[in-house]
Design a protein around this ligand. Sequence first.
Ligand code: PLP
Length: 433
Amino acid sequence: MSITRRKFLGLTGAATLVATCSPNALTGQTLPNERPDYAPSPDLKKLHALTRQRTSMLGYPINMNYPPPAFFDWRQKLDAAGLNKFSFNSVGDPFKHSHFFFNTHDFERELIERFGAIYGFTHKQVWGFLTNSGTDSNMHGIYIGRTLLKSRTGIMPKIYFTREAHYSIQILRNLMNLEWVVVNTQADGCMDVNDLEQKLKANSDHPALVVATIGTTFKGAVDPVDDIQSKLKGRDSYLHLDAALFGGYLPHTPFADEVLHTQAPDQSARYHSIAVSCHKFFGFPSPAGLFITTQSIFDEFEAQFGKIHDPEYILQTPGTITCSRDAVKPAEFHFFSSESDFSRQAIDAQNMMDNANYLLNEMKTHYAHLEPTRANNLSTIIYFKKPTDRLINRYTLATIGLKQKDQSVPYAHVVVMPHVGKTILNRFLEDLT
Ligand SMILES: *Cc1c(COP(=O)(O)O)cnc(C)c1O
């Protein structure tokens, strides 16, 4: 039996290999980005060279600046205290007593409370944790939304988001087996709430799990949270905000309201949970994310989660899908929740806004034919018709095909991040000629 099975697997494997490789093997042609068939060995010199190129990366939403010296002092203090030397593990809910106590839950809880305050969550009614990434944060938002809506109604929700949402939402939708109701967008790329209203009506027999994006990945469009919320009135619904990049800097701009959890005059909630990446705006040196929701949403979720998950082994319901969790990152990221670092972030946010304006104006003046576009005043993303491949590679620009009159036209974008100052922008502008 086992031999037959192995044979079968072997055959399937070989067949797959032939299917994927044969077109290339037959023509003998090399694909442009194919890996060389020798494997370069790891090389510290090469690594060092990379650090010198970092500020010419303009195409992805990553802050390539070093964090301030005080961050590295903080790291040293953590190191002296023994962190990152043996296996600390932050398994479990940072807001609960942990039987396994070799963790950094105190740091994690405080940083979530501080960021909760930044996003206007009510003091002491916040729940959240430091995730592995924006995607992990989105996963928890969608999972909690799905769990709540299913338990309240007995019916699986449908998930609503636009094609401009990050590709991780499509993966998570698939993972959680949710039916996608595709919501159309306006010309600038943000969610069309009239289309949302119609689609809500057409799917009225299912609860609605909506993912709104504050700063779509390519265009930087901002879905209108309050208009979406008003269309959801009277419906069994859950609204998760994906603010991976914009959620970092908007609190320090005149547009802080866009990511606020509550709104005047009655302090009603605008959304249920929010996801923000730590390595994007903040420039945290490794991937991590913030996931923040309210204590009452979490309590309702936990009552359901406790039925799925047997808490016997760790003596609590962990609250997180992931079990073992990094203890180093929350302690390190705690630095970014200090008043002094919030001031630094405010300066970075201002510079990004100024430099995005500068790039847009310069491109409009000198390269109008590239049709440079900024979706809105909140965005620091400028997208334009794709320049030469030389520039795409030199500045690590992301490219995408945008539909125009049934044709796909190649576009690229620059994401103006804290490391993108006038010097590098001027060099980029010169290179565009
Ligand atoms: C980058 C991004 C994500 C994914 O975040 P990671 O931290 O890379 O997992 C999700 N949504 C949006 C809008 C993003 O820009």
